[in-house]
Ligand binder design. Structure first.
Ligand code: GDP
Ligand code: IMO
Ligand code: MG
Length: 423
């Protein structure tokens, strides 16, 4: 049985958590393949709103198995908090939440290095969530990291000490005044590791291989979005993992020939949190309205998200890189009331009009070219079927499908599970 993928196509926060939760009814296994607690995936159902960071978004479904794959980086302290926040749901974590032995550990000193690196960059900072993501992936590719499986070894604390000591000396290289109490951070860390060890660690690539052979249905859940991909995003203003489809192969050990459907999620407009280029960003009342109506605040950091018009040049690029087979359009309800809507269909770049994503998309290099469309006044949040779509929403969808050459299978009209229209 092929493994299906679900990925964000913009700068993250497209609504992945909501849709994974909606789709979990059709799957036996949900597997996160990259990122870590920099992610914030929001789910809403039965009047409850819940934000997950490292735990896959299928966790509320009793029969689904949730796997944290080898490509994920785990902070035991945040993981413990996530588990504690879920206590009231009476979830059998030992059975339904399985962690790859090959997933890397975020140490307290990784977080400190992240903070020191960002502080030293001044205005050029990435706008990291400061969860230690960059330094942890650096240790992974630098072949210095610690993995979940190491925690099963007798000498793991020695390994920890050597790496943490090295990190402390590295912090000294940064010309910043970082205040911290490492002993206190370590006490929390060691206590959280003991809790983590009560969960089930697995050889996840083998588990997933056997599950595929047994005909289990598997959905891989991405974090962040394609424009934050370490290779294809707006480098260096990106995260430190491959957020695109290829990341699911390396982050779970699934062969490319075993990938099935690729679901790509996008907002009907665009947002970005943190620094970096964003060609269609709005600094006017329209942008403020999107932020207010869309409640655009980071689910992990609470920072306001920058808002702008849909960027079809970037979206096409993401569809292409990921091989998206069906699309999901989120938050169309937020655009209700706009008289006119704009969609960026090309960039002015070095005196030319181009429709592909160039190397540089900073404001001094690209100027968006817009197509204007009619808006819709109708409140979409109570709609139950595509028959109820206002004409101009249908025209918006038709336009995008025609440009992207991929069907829009789901239109989401509110944060709740139920506010999901299948086409
Ligand atoms: P993720 O990181 O991709 O899982 O997305 P986030 O959870 O960070 O951000 C998406 C936000 O939009 C969350 O607050 C969701 O509850 C909310 N949301 C998801 N879909 C919709 C929708 O169709 N309409 C509205 N208004 N909100 C939505
Ligand atoms: P989800 O999964 C939106 C952004 C940060 C910053 C950059 C690097 O919820 O969509 P990092 O902490 O990885 O060093 O930050 O990436 N970023 C996200 N933006 N959604 C996310 O995850 C993000 N994870 C990281 O704001 O600009
Ligand atoms: Mg998010």
């Amino acid at each position: 049985m092929a493994v299906d993928l679900l990925l964000g196509l913009q700068w993250g926060d497209e609504g992945k958590g909501k849709i994974v939760d909606v789709l979990t009814d059709n799957y036996d296994i949900i597997a996160r393949f990259q990122g870590g607690p920099n992610a914030g995936h929001t789910l809403e159902f039965d009047g409850i709103k819940h934000v997950l960071h490292t735990i896959p978004s299928g966790i509320f479904h009793k029969n689904a198995i949730n796997i944290v794959g080898n490509g994920v980086v785990i902070d035991p302290v945040i993981f413990k908090k996530e588990i504690n926040n879920l206590q009231k749901f009476k979830i059998d974590f030992k059975r339904t939440l399985l962690i790859s032995r090959k997933a890397h550990l975020i140490l307290p000193t990784h977080r400190l290095l992240d903070a020191a690196s960002e502080a030293s960059k001044g205005k050029a900072k990435i706008g990291s969530t400061l969860k230690g993501i960059g330094p942890t992936y650096m240790d992974k590719t630098g072949r210095n990291g610690m993995r979940i499986g190491d925690l099963e070894l007798d000498n793991w604390q020695e390994k920890y000490r050597a790496l943490a000591d090295k990190h402390e000396s590295m912090i000294g290289f940064y010309d910043v005044d970082l205040q911290y109490d490492l002993r206190e951070l370590e006490s929390d860390f060691f206590s959280a590791v003991e809790d983590l060890k009560k969960l089930t660690f697995i050889d996840s690539e083998e588990y997933l291989y056997q599950a595929q052979k047994a005909g289990k249905k598997i959905l891989a859940e991405g974090a962040q979005g394609s424009m934050l991909d370490i290779d294809f995003g707006t480098y260096p203003y990106v995260t430190s993992s491959n957020t695109t489809a290829a990341g699911a192969c390396t982050g779970l050990g699934v062969a490319p020939s075993h990938i099935g459907k690729v679901f790509g999620i996008f907002k009907a407009y665009a947002t970005r949190v943190g620094s970096g280029p964003f060609p269609t960003e709005l600094f006017d009342e329209d942008g403020a309205t999107m932020g207010r109506v869309g409640n655009e605040f980071g689910a992990t950091t609470g920072r306001p998200r920058r808002c702008g018009w849909l960027d079809l040049v970037a979206l096409k690029y993401a569809v292409q890189i990921n091989g998206v087979t069906s699309l999901m359009m989120m938050k169309g309800d937020v655009l209700s009331g706009f008289k006119k809507l704009k969609i960026c269909t090309a960039y002015q770049y070095k005196g030319e009009t181009i429709s592909h994503l160039p190397f540089n998309i900073e404001p001094e290099n690209v100027t968006p070219v817009y197509t204007e469309m009619e808006g819709w006044a109708k409140d979409l949040t109570q709609m139950g079927s595509p028959d109820e779509f206002p004409k101009s929403l249908q025209a918006y969808i038709d336009f995008l499908e025609n440009e992207l050459q991929v069907p829009i299978q789901i239109v989401s009209v509110g944060p709740d599970r139920k506010q999901t229209i299948h086409r």
